[in-house]
Ligand binder design. Structure first.
Ligand code: HXC
Ligand code: NAP
Length: 291
């Protein structure tokens, strides 16, 4: 039987795709890049730390035999994004995919945050996604590069909101609005725009910041997920590759949740009743059924 954490798409599914993955040097960005390369794409990985990017690029090129280019770019600055894009075009001839994956986040009561702390997250997540999207969109429209695809990595609290990560929730909500807005506005140029909303997928970047110290045990995310496990990276890479490929050519403006049912579990009024044992249900039935 096929396992959920096996690579899903057929060989060559991303051949001809030249994709920029922001934040591609670590975590989920690195995982997606690896799979895109395995499927025949060329990938530009970009973030603030060139040394880390070059290390990842070397590792993934050796592992997959694919072409991967490391370019430094802080997505908070539009000029840096434009320069990175120009360099990417020189190296690869053309770019036709963008994954807005770069993010910043930390947990904190909101009233403790400085204005600059709040801005830092908004600038990376919302302004950074806007910068990359705007630069790529202008380039695609001007050069008539069609089809082209944007994939935004958001999270489920983009629509539920979440306490203690308010800058991130505010920014991700904006990215989701941008996803849906541009899906309509830019469809005429052959630009699709979709999003993935992951639940918990263990990465060093997220875990060290959001579940530091013994919070990992105290708030073990697997416990509040109906499927009782966190996500595996290949599952997300499968979905991302599908959305970047032409197999999903008719999917536009969609946000796909991949969280084992986590956010719905938090939302349903009576979902906590899953803690009731069969014996207790017998008792409750006696108490509530008409005699
Ligand atoms: C409160 C903090 C803080 C913290 C920094 N600041 N960390 N405030 N709590 N833990 C404040 C600083 O005091 C400063 O404000 C301002 O934020 C900027 O901090 P810098 O360290 O100068 O910023 P910078 O070097 O740009 O680093 C950005 C960063 C950092 C976001 C703070 O954590 C980072 O580089 N993150 C990138 C990777 C990341 O976050 N990955 C996790 C994504 S997980 P003042 O006023 O003092 O100047 C994710 C998952 C979501 O998004 C869903 C999970 C289910
Ligand atoms: P991660 O490894 O920390 O990834 C974040 C990346 O963003 C890093 O590679 C970082 O690289 C880059 N980055 C940060 N600031 C940047 C900037 N100003 N310019 C350019 N790049 C920047 O964490 P992750 O867990 O893989 O997160 C990846 C994405 O998944 C994020 O969008 C996150 O919100 C989303 N997500 C993750 C989870 C999860 O459970 N892991 C759940 C839901 C959503 P540098 O430090 O080198 O710049």
């Amino acid at each position: 039987m096929i396992k959920y954490n096996e690579p899903m798409l057929k060989d060559g599914a991303l051949k001809g795709k030249n994709i920029i993955v922001t934040g591609g040097g670590s975590g989920l960005g690195k995982t997606m890049t690896r799979y895109f390369l395995q499927l025949g794409a060329k990938v530009v990985i970009t973030s603030r730390n060139l040394e880390k990017l070059q290390h990842t690029a070397q590792e993934l090129a050796t592992e997959t035999g694919g072409e991967v280019l490391a370019l430094r770019c802080d997505v908070r600055h539009y000029e840096e994004v434009e320069q990175m894009l120009q360099q990417a075009v020189v190296e690869f001839g053309q770019i036709n995919g963008l994954v807005n994956n770069a993010a910043g986040n930390f947990i904190s009561p909101t009233e403790r945050l400085s204005a600059n702390a709040f801005d830092t997250i908004i600038d990376i997540v919302l302004k950074g996604s806007k910068n990359a999207t705007l630069a790529l969109g202008k380039y695609w429209i001007k050069e008539n590069i069609n089809p082209s695809t944007i994939l935004n990595i958001v999270t489920t609290y983009a629509w539920t909101g979440s306490a203690f990560v308010v800058p991130s929730a505010t920014a991700k909500a904006g990215v989701l609005a941008m996803t849906r807005s541009l899906a309509v506005e830019w469809a005429k140029y052959g630009i699709r725009s979709n999003a993935i909303a992951p639940g918990p997928f263990p990465t060093k970047g997220a875990w060290d910041r959001l579940l530091p110290g013994d919070l990992k045990e105290k708030f073990n995310p697997a416990k509040k997920i109906p499927l009782k496990r966190v996500g595996e990276h290949q599952e997300l890479a499968n979905l991302a590759a599908y959305l970047m490929s032409e197999y999903s050519a008719y999917i536009n403006g969609e946000v796909i949740t991949i969280d084992g049912g986590e956010w719905l579990y938090g939302a349903g009024e009576f979902n906590q009743l899953d803690k009731i044992t069969p014996e207790m249900w017998d008792m409750l039935a006696q108490m509530t059924k008409k005699r």
